[in-house]
Ligand binder design. Structure first.
Ligand code: ADP
Length: 489
């Protein structure tokens, strides 16, 4: 099965969050199962070029119609480890992908509409007839519509489209001009059963467009699939998801055990496994040493992630103070594109600067994240909503016990030490329901209490997490089943 991913992110070169990890991990899994995979990305100026091998121009320039002009583009090929990628560069005064950051510009819908169009134009011009085009999030929501409307009749007859929703909190709302820019007549598409947003009159919803025109739609955990269809967590997509329920499902993400694995991780100083966990504690010492925390008989509690409202930043903040007043240490690694949240956390960092039991690293630092997963005892993830969440699964692989809110993929992967309807060997963390201080305290308090008073149980919980299989093995098979279901036969 020949699969082309069209995506705004792929780790390690272009990663903002979990989407980048997922495209990388799934593509790798598909290719080791013998399916050729190619990945098309924008050629961002802010990518990690040091991670791309053999970057060279691929073929001749091609021209992409956009709005009232033709824009010249070049494709570059290169490898992210063994994954073949194409990076699209546009030569236009819009400077679509040379903005210093991945997202956060007023014209993001236009930037990605152009990306969708240029990716399809590239496939057509280079005669790439994939069986499956797999596209991701609102940024690529126009791909299935453009394929259906223009590119099938121009020769791309083969591909079927699988579309994955990584986070419906971002849907790509924009004006009807976007349709004109890619060559479509708004009068045909500004309808409730097509591109028109269900909540805001006169607005195009790019994610909805992707849902309507794809052959299959997935989201990244079964629980989130249910939540976005049946609750306000769908942020207005409930109706369209219910209308297309026969082509919609949740596939739990995996994590790539070639990258996230304490037995072989080159970014941590001491390797360990579920059978031989003692070296984890040497990593804890190394983490404390690196972040200038004191060496003491205390658990290290971590938080790693984007500092976004969705991630429950008020409760992360509360967890820091809870930890410091209950004999624990706290390490936070996170950054925020939101100026207000950033400011709040910088303020907090200054307040806590002199504490020997706390370190806030307000940055994006892939390498440090590995040491934090390996050197911490617990990881807190108090999200308001969480489509899947990777940090709890990564934490578990490193024997770091997750303390999570019961939502989305967190609810699908973390089973409470005290209350889960599971045998003890399948329990792997602590879970709370209510999004408030009492909620997080109820779970974090039990975790801290177990660490101090029942260390043997705590260790078993950590080992249970390490033994649970959250690799791409199962989700890889699930995606292949979906591809087989929809492919042109
Ligand atoms: P989301 O996709 O919502 O950001 P996920 O939990 O699905 O959240 O994925 C987050 C990924 O990004 C993980 O691989 C995590 O380690 C990584 N990550 C998030 N913030 C940072 C950071 N500040 N530094 C390093 N890695 C980070």
């Amino acid at each position: 099965m020949y699969v082309v991913m069209i995506t705004p992110e792929c780790a390690p070169a272009a990663k903002v969050g979990g989407l980048g990890d997922v495209v990388q991990g799934l593509s790798y899994e598909l290719s080791i199962r013998g399916n050729p995979v190619e990945i098309i990305l924008p050629k961002y100026d802010c990518m990690r070029y040091d991670c791309i091998q053999g970057l060279t121009r691929a073929g001749d320039s091609f021209w992409v119609p956009f709005h009232d002009q033709w824009i010249q583009c070049d494709a570059y090929s290169g490898f992210l480890d063994s994954l073949k990628c194409f990076f699209i560069e546009s030569h236009s005064h819009h400077n679509f992908f040379n903005r210093g950051i991945f997202y956060g510009h007023r014209d993001d819908p236009e930037r990605y509409a152009f990306f969708c169009k240029s990716a399809l134009e590239f496939l057509l011009k280079t005669n790439r007839h994939a069986d499956i085009i797999h596209c991701h999030d609102w940024q690529t929501g126009l791909v299935p519509l453009l394929l259906f409307e223009f590119y099938k009749s121009r020769g791309l007859t083969q591909p079927r489209v699988c579309y994955t929703l990584h986070n419906v909190g971002h849907q790509g709302h924009t004006g009807e001009h976007i349709l004109r820019q890619v060559g479509l007549d708004p009068a045909l598409y500004m309808r409730p059963d097509r591109a028109l947003d269900d909540q805001t009159p006169g607005t195009v919803n790019l994610m909805k467009t992707g849902i309507v025109f794809s052959n299959f739609v997935t989201t990244v955990s079964p629980r989130y699939a249910h939540e976005i269809r049946t609750t306000t967590l769908g942020y207005g997509l409930q109706r369209v998801l219910n209308a297309h329920t026969n082509k919609f499902g949740g596939v739990l993400n995996g994590i790539d055990y070639n990258i996230w694995n304490p037995e072989i991780d080159s970014r941590i100083p001491f390797h360990y496994s579920a059978d031989e966990i003692d070296n984890k504690f040497k990593n804890k010492e190394a983490l404390r040493h690196r972040l200038l925390l004191r060496q003491d008989f205390k658990p290290v509690i971590a938080a790693v992630g984007r500092l976004d409202r969705q991630k429950g930043v008020e409760l992360v903040r509360h967890a820091i103070f809870y930890a410091l007043t209950h004999g624990c240490q706290f390490v936070l690694l996170g950054s925020s594109p939101d100026a207000r949240i950033n400011h709040e956390f910088w303020q907090l960092k200054r307040e806590l600067n002199d504490y020997p039991d706390c370190h806030l690293e307000l940055a994006y630092n892939e390498e440090l994240s590995h040491l934090i997963y390996a050197g911490s005892d617990m990881i807190v993830i108090p999200s308001i909503y969480e489509p899947c969440g990777l940090t709890q699964m990564i934490g578990m692989k490193y024997g770091t016990v997750p303390v999570v809110r019961n939502t989305g993929g967190l609810g699908d992967t973390v089973f409470d030490a005290d209350y889960a309807h599971k045998p003890y060997r399948e329990r792997n963390g602590f879970v709370f329901n209510d999004y408030n201080y009492a909620g997080i305290e109820s779970a974090l308090g039990r975790a801290v209490n177990m660490w101090f008073n029942a260390p043997q149980y705590f260790r078993e919980l950590a080992v249970n997490g390490m033994r649970t299989d959250y690799s791409w093995n199962r989700p890889g098979a699930d995606y292949l089943n979906i591809y087989n279901l929809i492919r042109e036969k």
